[in-house]
Design a protein around this ligand. Structure first.
Ligand SMILES: C[S@@+](CC[C@H](N)C(=O)[O-])C[C@H]1O[C@@H](n2cnc3c(N)ncnc32)[C@H](O)[C@@H]1O
Length: 233
């Protein structure tokens, strides 16, 4: 393609609901999906940068973005030399992601169709997973968290970021999590078996995001601490 990937400094554009499944498509569906995916490129740079910075990536990481949309965060991670898989149920979003990714900048990137509830990745294959403004779309959140557990390597981390919204918000601006929903997600991560679950509020460009982060316990580390509790500090 050879075109530079634009980071569009556009105004806030509401993101309409996008269906997770391609089943039962009408003829207008691909057009709606394309417009939705295009809207997702607007103003995402600061959010993607903030999440990637929170993820504290190193060259040793193997990363995946669940619900990557047009792939802004995937490209940010790949620029840091990290092999990263962008996963999304929307083939239109993935097509746009490929189009926006400069040839030559894609060496570390793989795009895969899939959903949180059925991640197309082997067990223990990722050291870091994140999801930006996607968890509120997941049809089955417990199934998604179980998949995150399956795919994360021991000692790996997951960051689930949503726009922070006020309780009672309606319409397009309701896409995100209230503080209470973020707390529910944190509890769900703990119930699913994750360790060190914590949340953080971030300002990224014009958006305020809540990031819920958790670790996949490393059994080797747990065993060491059980054998020698002094290592726990
Ligand atoms: C608001 S967009 C966010 C895209 C991208 N993460 C970003 O921040 O620009 C939400 C994305 O979640 C995807 N999505 C919807 N249902 C999903 C599911 N069950 N599992 C994973 N992703 C899903 C949509 O296709 C869409 O690309």
């Amino acid at each position: 393609m050879g075109r530079p990937a634009p980071e569009l400094p556009a105004p806030e554009i509401p993101t309409p609901e996008i269906p997770a499944s391609a089943g039962g498509q009408t003829r207008a569906q691909p057009v709606v999906e394309l417009l939705t995916a295009l809207a997702m490129t607007a103003g995402r740079g600061p959010v993607a940068r903030a999440i990637i910075s929170e993820a504290q990536l190193t060259a040793a990481d193997r990363a995946a973005d669940i619900g990557c949309g047009p792939g802004t965060a995937v490209r940010q991670a790949a620029r840091r030399g990290v092999p990263v898989t962008g996963i999304d149920p929307s083939s239109v979003a993935l097509r746009l992601a490929r189009l926006l990714t400069r040839t030559g900048a894609d060496a570390n990137i793989r795009w895969m169709r899939g959903s949180a509830e059925r991640l197309p990745l082997p067990d223990g294959s990722a050291t870091v997973l994140w999801s930006v403004s996607s968890v509120h779309h997941w049809a089955d959140q417990p199934a998604g968290l179980a998949e995150v557990r399956r795919v994360l390597a021991p000692g790996g981390r997951v960051l689930l970021a949503e726009r922070l919204i006020r309780p009672g918000t309606r319409g397009h601006t309701a896409h995100g999590f209230t503080r209470a929903q973020a707390e529910d997600l944190a509890r769900a991560l703990t119930s699913a078996g994750f360790a060190a679950v914590r949340s953080k509020i971030l300002t990224a460009g014009r958006r305020t995001m809540v990031v819920v982060r958790a670790d996949q316990a490393d059994p080797a580390q747990v065993n060491r601490v059980q054998a020698d509790p002094a290592q726990a500090s």
